[in-house]
Design a protein around this ligand. Structure first.
Ligand code: GLU
Length: 428
């Protein structure tokens, strides 16, 4: 029999998907810069716990279907793990694990007392009814119930999950224990112990960090042009706040396609249009543009706020923005990163740009524990203080160490977790 000791890296067979390898590559690239202890480095390359569950439900047509569900906890050295749950047709264990790892760095970069986690169900929420979504959510919650909890692992919304999804999770979990446990999830409705300002938090964070970047990258204009990919909770809110801050939104897209007007799009009118038509496409006085073309537009700020892996070595050299504000999780591959860096584009890496969501999730968790709720102004002000500090930390480190901003953000995020692991030691 083959000697398996040291013959194969831990969990590699299960996890070797492109997105997971990309997350590992990003970690590896800062490990030597941080002089990371090899043992700590190895432990950080894999999730602490990964659960795969079957989620069977009876569909509205009477048929029974079984979906794959995941919850991955990457690290818990600094506190309970934290991260969203996404419903998406092509997620797998590797992708969920990569996103769990990014959550660890994001929470650490923001100095939140959390580790990183992520969850998801491989399904197509676009074709499912509310009834089916409720069933799939409640069954999934039951299957992962033993590993979540306010002190263990706290889910939140992500792509195609929302306040309602969190309300169902909270209700299912609370029913099991027999009393209301609001702190098991964040991103709940305000009427159930959610926080004011949570829905807008990610877009607000993208806006705050973009405005900070504009202080560093001097442009010869007072109303910089912006292209936003995505009109979900991140893209739409980012577009609205950047528009209110005086930027000119020249293009924006959703899964059906994009719209473009070099003179600028009235975002408040667009919100009204989308409410009625359920898509941005066809908005008056705009040209159609594809989701691919939107990334290659001549603009000051490009904000990819939809899925990951959209900027690759195939299109990176065609990108023409001055600031790349990564609202999505992991929109840029490491190969594209090098090309974009050489083009002198200022990158606000996703673990910083989109950290507003988890930061206000942290505020929500604190409010739930204290049973004391804050005003929206208090939430927004605290978010601005924390994310501005994180931006300054990243910027200053990138200058001090002469590295790009993603490397600096990773060095801060990874460094704090590694230090916590060193201090705690390895049990037993
Ligand atoms: N899903 C969001 C993210 O990727 C928020 C996570 C949270 O609030 O826990 O950062």
């Amino acid at each position: 029999m083959e000697n398996t000791l040291n013959s194969e890296p831990l969990m590699s067979r299960e996890l070797e998907t492109p997105t997971f390898l990309m997350a590992q590559e990003q970690l590896d690239s800062v490990a030597h810069k941080l002089n990371l202890d090899p043992g700590v480095h190895e432990r950080l390359r894999y999730p602490k716990k990964a659960l795969i569950v079957s989620v069977p439900i009876k569909l509205d047509n009477g048929e029974t279907r079984t979906f794959m569900g995941y919850r991955v906890q990457h690290d818990m050295a600094l506190g309970p793990s934290k991260g969203g749950i996404r419903y998406y047709p092509d997620i797998d264990l590797g992708e969920v694990s990569a996103m769990a790892m990014w959550m660890t760095w994001k929470c650490s970069l923001m100095n939140l007392p959390f580790g990183g986690a992520k969850g998801g169900i491989r399904c197509n929420p676009e074709i499912m009814s509310q009834r089916e979504l409720e069933k799939i959510t409640r069954r999934y919650t039951t299957e992962i119930l033993s590993i979540i909890g306010p002190e263990k692992d706290i889910p939140a919304p992500d792509m195609y999950t929302n306040e309602q999804t969190m309300a169902w999770i909270m209700d299912t979990y609370s029913n099991y224990f027999g009393y209301a446990i609001p702190g098991v999830v964040t991103g709940k409705p305000v009427g159930l112990g959610g926080s004011l300002g949570r829905v807008e938090a990610t877009g607000r964070g993208v806006t705050f960090t973009t405005l900070k970047a504009l202080e560093k990258v001097k442009l010869n204009t007072n109303n910089p042009s912006v292209a936003v990919q995505g009109f979900g909770n991140v893209g739409a809110v980012t577009a609205r706040y950047l528009y209110q801050a005086g930027c000119k939104i020249i293009a924006i897209s959703d899964i059906h396609g994009g719209i473009y007007n070099p003179k600028g799009i009235n975002i408040e009118d667009l919100f009204k249009y989308v409410k009625e038509h359920k898509t941005v496409t066809g908005f008056p006085e705009t040209e159609n543009i594809s989701n691919q073309e939107i990334l290659e537009l001549e603009c000051d700020i490009l904000a990819p706020c939809a899925v990951g892996n959209v900027l690759t070595e195939k299109n990176a050299d065609k990108i023409k923005c001055k600031i790349l504000a990564e609202g999505a999780n992991g929109p840029t591959t490491p190969a594209a990163d090098k090309i974009i860096y050489e083009k002198n584009i200022f990158i606000i890496p996703s673990i910083l740009a989109n950290a507003g969501g988890v930061t206000v999730s942290y505020f929500e968790w604190v409010q739930d524990i204290q049973r004391l709720f804050w005003s929206e102004d208090e939430v927004v002000n605290k978010l601005q203080v924390l994310i501005t500090k994180a931006f300054d930390d990243v910027y200053n480190l990138s200058i001090a160490k002469n590295v790009d901003t993603r490397t600096a953000a990773m060095m801060l995020g990874v460094g704090r977790v590694a230090e916590a692991k060193r201090l705690r030691g390895l049990y037993p």
